[in-house]
Design a protein around this ligand. Sequence first.
Ligand SMILES: *Cc1c(COP(=O)(O)O)cnc(C)c1O
Length: 653
Amino acid sequence: MNYNHDSRLTTHDSRPPTNDSRLTTHEFRSWVEIDLDAYQHNFKALADRISPQTRIMQIVKADAYGHGALEIARTALDYGAAFLGVANADEGALLRYYGIKEPILILSPSLLSEIPYILENSLMPTISDHEFASALNELASKNYPVHLNIDTGMGRSGAELSQANELYELCKSLPNINIQGIFTHFAAAENDQEYSQFQISLFQKFLDSLPELPEYIHSANSSAIINLTDSPGNLVRFGALTYGFYTDNSQRNVIDLQPVLKFKSRISQIKTARKGDYIGYNLTYKCKHDLNYAIIPVGYADGYDYLLSNLGKVLHKKAILPVIGKVSMDMIAIDLTATLNAQAGDEITLLGKSPNLRVEDVSALYKGSPYELLCQTGRRAPRFFYKEDELISTAPLLRREFVSSDYNDAKLNRIIEAAMQQRMQGSQIADFVYQDILKNIFSDQDNNVHFRHDFQHSIDFSIADDPAKQDYWLTRTSLSFRKILSADSFCIACANNEDNLNKYFLEPDVEYRWLLDESLALSPDSFQLISARINDIELYSSTRIVNNCLEITCYHEKLEKLIDQEVTFEIKTLTWYPRSFHQLTVYITGITHKLDIEFTYPASLQMENIIPILAGKNKFPQLMQTPTSTSLSSPHWLFPSSGIIFVYYLQPE
Ligand SMILES: *Cc1c(COP(=O)(O)O)cnc(C)c1O
């Protein structure tokens, strides 16, 4: 494989080009592993405890408690969850952006200003007051589904009980609102039976007072499924327990939960301290004896809580080692006394499955919350998702994703600029940028983007029979792609200087452009359309010279009926390419999905370099070479101004 890239590009990216964008954990300072089998185990263990008629809502707020909302949502839906629960409209919109179609409930109260966004993304808001209900009714179309939240003693969001009936009546009277569900939330399902029973009775009393019940009633969070088996409802909200941590020690004997998340890092440095030396900020750890210790490149900025200073425990091979000194922003120190043969690069587990490393155990060291510790974990870490011990997907380091409507040129330029600089440094960032550009093209603009699908382009050089054309390759080109037809004719342009041709790059009706050698006359002798077809229709063509360009208009009266439909274009031409040239460039002028380019030539032509200037997901397309051909393909989206330069020389005969 002889890609030519300049040396700045090669220094970082010495891996062979690959279409497999999955990464390995080896390259990272810290990373999170998500065990979807453990998640499935927990999901089933909980689902086994509810009636088969009861529906399940998987709560994926806060990026699924730090586990990755998209993968958890997909997995939950696979296992039979009927609903997803998120904290706000942004979280819901992101799932919609990724194509999740199932009902999504926003659990927290939304702002009035978020209503259009909620409607656009078909999210279900929770209603807690009159004002929101009325405003929603104004903007929603008929029977928009909502859930009412009733505060039975949580003292957080939800309608106060004294106003709950009034809110119910109001919502019933509003034509555009359909109460699909009513719910309440427990303040202490995991450890306060008495208070929870009090909440249950208030909720039950409210439900009994209603003239009719909506389709769904729900109250149980995941702890309630274990601790409050009589909580009312035909829908339950799966949260904490599905992520594999106990919210109360009493649950350990009742249900087997497996931690889903592991947080890992590596030893970055090994050091020795003498008796009396201090480790870390503010001299909080003084060595009682000589010791070896290691620096781990994870600190509170990575989510390893500051309160774990002098308290944290980590795992190296089979040894549990203490954190010594304060947790800094970017590092911790661990005492290596209890382990053998520690080396820089060794894996360290900060959160995981072994008893001392479960998130409930680690957060208990500082009397913290396991919920919080999970949510903050791995802020600088990519995530790796495993199913049946296979890596099935990854979420990038820069996974702070958003669906933005405030793109402007300056912002987009910054993104592209950053992409250019960063592409060589990591496929992750390129991936992120690629997603962002696609997002800009498809979701933030209207969806009226005309792109080409399955773009196939072949170019064939052969030796000319005509003695007058000995200085040229006889060149056959063939092009095919699918596209939405926008008019009953299109144009093919051929110019013999670049300036003249450039004008045609911006013309939407020009489907193909060719640059002819300057010494050749603009005439059908030097550039000939062999055939132009749309679907199976052979098109008529007419050729004229306009603005020093050969313009071939292709048309057929049958095309009119195909306008706005996706059709297959096929264009074949015959022309001449100077033998004295040493390169051939193929450009992609529009957004293109899936690309195949094939260049064939006599064996005397030696391919020296293939320079991809592809703006898309991968820098390198797949490449296949034989002595007389080079082909490239990319299964992904490619952006305009992409191309390939073939550089070759001729062997002397
Ligand atoms: C977060 C949340 C849940 C999930 O609770 P867990 O304790 O994690 O099971 C359920 N319902 C509501 C309203 C929530 O906000």
